[in-house]
Write a protein that binds this ligand. Structure first.
Ligand code: ZN
Length: 411
């Protein structure tokens, strides 16, 4: 999906804005002697930005406008030390709300819906993003925030919530509770809008069938506004994204070169109209691909495939490169297994070993199943893991994102 003229002129406005500041990208542009781009080829020569650049700008080094224009900041998780702070102008907040409203509209949600928002409020972009879009749409927000499942279920029944917004892990937890308590006839949910955490097809199907609702994947990241920059439509043919606000590229994570439409790689995002903290060619490390052709819904907004993982999730086991998605695909071939699994990698006497814990969906001969799963992994991926089949509900459920890969070699 090559950058068009309109997008190029917007990029040039962003470059001008950045060059007026002494932020990291302004310095990089001055060093490279670049002040504007005039063709797609020029654009592809612009340097990338990385999360590390954003960390180094802590606290407010990303600001690309006058301080009096900033109305809010958000922060992304600082799992590895220094957090990232993103400043927003009033227009940025408004643009983000418009994008989010569009997401709800693509999901067929209207101002007659009641939207229960369970992602966290605060420094995160999650809760407040869902809220902002909901208010712009004119729907009724039920701003719960995370946790307190008891109260969530009560409000869901009493307020007759029609839309649930959650991470996939929390949606699963809620659906299991609803089933366990026999509440299915007392809830009025029709749709779920699920945060961009990567989740498996089988998990999606379980939540959807247990709650009897349609599910929509929403995409976004704090560095680029937050959730709400893309969503699937009812045809479930990937996620439409808003190319009037953002330009997306897919690159080969190893070489940094753009790949043709349809090929998998890493998503790189350029903001086209952002004021507070514009970003040029930001490497997201999310893996996806541009889906060529037209969607049956007729929308001209381009599409990316569901996020298949992170380029930094790649595990090296006994010299073999493995992505969690590959393991997940093998597990999905066994109807006797549930969607929940955990991978642990450790080093035993200098040799890498992978243990896979996976929940059974019923009661079978666990021992036999373990052997069959291990053989299947061996024949498809090339090494033999140690497999433990465990009872349904054995693995931890999370209100946030479930950590599925634990690398004990580095922890
Ligand atoms: Zn569509």
């Amino acid at each position: 999906m090559q950058i068009n003229q309109q997008q190029l002129s917007e990029v040039n406005r962003q470059l001008t804005r950045i060059l007026q500041t002494d932020n990291f990208y302004g310095k990089r542009l001055r060093e490279a002697g670049i002040s504007s781009v005039s063709s797609p080829e020029d654009f592809e020569k612009l340097p990338f930005s990385e999360k590390q650049d954003l960390r180094e700008a802590y606290p407010l080094g990303l600001m690309a406008c006058k301080e009096e224009e900033i109305v809010r900041i958000h922060s992304s998780s600082g799992t590895t030390g220094t957090p990232v702070i993103i400043p927003y102008t009033a227009k940025d907040v408004d643009d983000w709300g418009e994008m989010f409203k569009r997401c709800y509209e693509f999901a067929g949600i209207t101002n007659m819906d009641r939207i229960q928002i369970t992602p966290g409020y605060g420094l995160w972009t999650a809760g407040i993003g869902f809220q902002n879009g909901c208010e712009k749409l004119g729907a009724m927000a039920v701003p719960m925030g995370p946790g307190n499942t008891e109260k969530q279920l009560r409000m869901m029944q009493d307020l007759k919530t029609t839309v649930i917004c959650a991470t996939s892990s929390y949606a699963l937890l809620l659906s299991e509770e609803i089933k366990k308590r026999g509440l299915k006839d007392k809830i009025f949910l029709k749709k779920g809008v699920i945060g961009s955490e990567r989740w498996s097809k089988s998990m999606r199907e379980r939540i959807s069938s247990e709650l009897g609702i349609e599910l929509y994947d929403i995409y976004g990241l704090t560095e680029i506004y937050g959730p709400g920059i893309g969503i699937n439509c009812k045809y479930e043919t990937g996620m439409h994204y808003w190319d009037d606000y953002l330009y997306l590229e897919i690159i080969d994570p190893a070489t940094g070169k753009n790949v043709p439409d349809g090929e998998w790689g890493e998503i790189v995002i350029t903001t086209l109209v952002k004021e507070g903290a514009p970003l040029i060619r930001f490497r997201t490390h999310d893996l996806s691909r541009i889906l060529p052709g037209e969607c049956p819904c007729g929308s001209a907004f381009p599409r990316i495939d569901a996020i298949s993982g992170r380029s930094d999730d790649m595990m090296k086991i006994k010299g073999v490169n493995v992505f969690p998605k590959q393991i997940e695909e093998v597990l999905a071939r066994f109807p006797e297994l549930s969607s929940e699994y955990q991978i642990r990698i450790s080093s035993l006497e200098g040799k890498d070993s992978m243990r896979i814990y996976v929940e059974a969906s019923g009661t079978q001969d666990f021992k036999l199943l373990q052997k069959r799963v291990a053989d299947e992994v061996k024949s498809w991926i090339g090494f033999t893991p140690i497999v433990y089949v465990v009872e349904l509900g054995f693995l931890p459920r999370s209100e946030k994102k479930t950590k599925r890969v634990i690398d004990e070699r580095y922890e």
